[in-house]
Design a protein around this ligand. Structure first.
Ligand code: 3PG
Length: 217
């Protein structure tokens, strides 16, 4: 992982997922997240417009670190890098995707949820993985159990993270950051309620500060 992403996530341990129908909506959503204090943004490659959205956010929101999510193949990873992705996230672990990212010097965060997948990630030299789908794959007890074995691995739980459980996930020392779509609900994105998105981001950032304080005391 590049030091820059690591520093951002250590300061504000949140990755916001962006899924928008068009470039303008993706850019305005990303600006709202940034205004709310979240600067690591993952544009999901799930729609026709996704690569254009990724490129637009990378160009027009330069203060954010913008990556690509739901990257399923090496070809998609190459396209995402071409569009300006600063990191690559996948729901599962695929060596060809990791290899494309590695050749470009770009961090890859593959999704894992079993000890076997984590061991594979470890042996591929990875130090940070997405833990997905976090809630149904065992949630907090699963991360604690896995991190007691894979002691240097850092986790980005994603899938089912919400305001009600965010602080509990972030309180686990092995958790680098949490990712999720609760920060960008489709209802707000589609209605152009960007101030609502900014407020959700602010609330999440405030919650991370509480966790940071309780870890210090
Ligand atoms: C992902 O792509 O990581 C998941 O869709 C996130 O899950 P969530 O929608 O429950 O946050």
């Amino acid at each position: 992982m590049t030091r820059q992403i690591e520093e951002r996530l250590e300061a504000t341990p949140l990755i916001a997922l962006v899924q928008a129908a068009d470039e303008e909506s993706a850019v305005r959503t990303s600006r709202a997240l940034l205004a709310g204090g979240i600067s690591v943004i993952e544009v999901l490659l799930r729609t026709e417009a996704a690569l254009d959205c990724l490129g637009a956010v990378a160009r027009e929101v330069p203060d954010a670190i913008v990556g690509a999510g739901t990257v399923l193949s090496a070809a998609q990873a190459e396209a995402a890098l071409g569009a300006g992705a600063g990191f690559i996230v996948s729901p599962g672990l695929d060596e060809s995707v990791i290899e494309v990212a590695r050749c470009a010097g770009t961090p890859a965060f593959p999704g894992v949820c079993t000890a076997t997948e984590l061991q594979r990630a470890h042996n591929l030299g990875l130090e940070t993985v997405k833990f997905f789908p976090a809630l149904v794959a065992g949630g907090i007890p699963a991360i604690k159990a896995l991190s007691s074995v894979f002691r240097a691995m850092r986790f980005i739980p994603t899938g089912g993270i919400a305001p009600a459980n965010l602080a509990d996930f972030l309180a686990i020392p092995a958790v680098l950051a949490c990712g999720g779509s609760w920060l960008t609900p489709a209802s707000l994105v589609e209605n152009g309620d960007f101030s609502g998105i900014r407020e959700l981001a602010k609330q999440a950032v405030a919650a991370t500060r509480q966790v940071a304080r309780s870890r210090e005391v």
